[in-house]
Design a protein around this ligand. Structure first.
Ligand SMILES: [Cu+2]
Length: 170
């Protein structure tokens, strides 16, 4: 916009001072040129901005949906990664600790090639708060309902007691 104003002022100055027809013609031509360039840039800037806004909206909506799905379903999933059955592999429940609301369900996803359980209690003592039962290789457990009492609930695999995890209810 500043450029347009500058050109208008310049043009007026040219007209008033010189009355030089070719110079005025050049002034008008250049102003039209600048105007068209400015309007073009203006449109593309607006479009870019609009696209940016749309992208932001889409991302926000996506994030909101992801959060909404997780909150609405109350579904937390813990993986039993490949290699979990070997005590030395370092693989274990992933994440090792999850926090859920009272009475929420948790699914254990066995990605290993061995059977596993997620059985509540301080390994190797079963306390009966929750249990997936045996989850087959490359299978998911049914959604297991967590206690309603807030607290920390340790659990382990009855077949591989070195595999331990924690569910925090709060
Ligand atoms: Cu196991």
């Amino acid at each position: 916009m500043l450029i347009i104003i500058l050109y208008v002022v310049l043009l007026l100055a040219m007209i008033s001072t010189k009355h030089d027809i070719p110079l005025v013609a050049i002034g008008i031509t250049s102003m039209i040129l600048v105007l068209s360039v400015v309007s073009f840039v203006d449109v593309s800037t607006t479009e870019t901005f609009a696209q940016g806004t749309n992208a932001t909206n889409a991302t926000t909506a996506g994030a909101a949906n992801a959060t909404g799905a997780s909150a609405a379903g109350g579904q937390t999933t813990v993986a039993m990664p490949l290699g979990s059955s070997a005590a030395t592999s370092g693989a274990g429940y992933e994440p090792p600790e999850v926090t859920v609301s009272p009475g929420a369900t948790v699914v254990w996803d066995n990605q290993d090639n061995a059977l596993h359980t997620a059985t509540s209690g301080k390994s190797p003592t079963v306390d009966g708060k929750f249990d997936t039962g045996i989850v087959g290789a490359n299978q998911q457990s049914k959604p297991v309902t967590m206690p309603t009492e807030p607290g920390q609930y340790p659990y382990f695999c009855t077949l591989h007691p070195f595999l331990t995890g924690t569910v925090v209810v709060q």
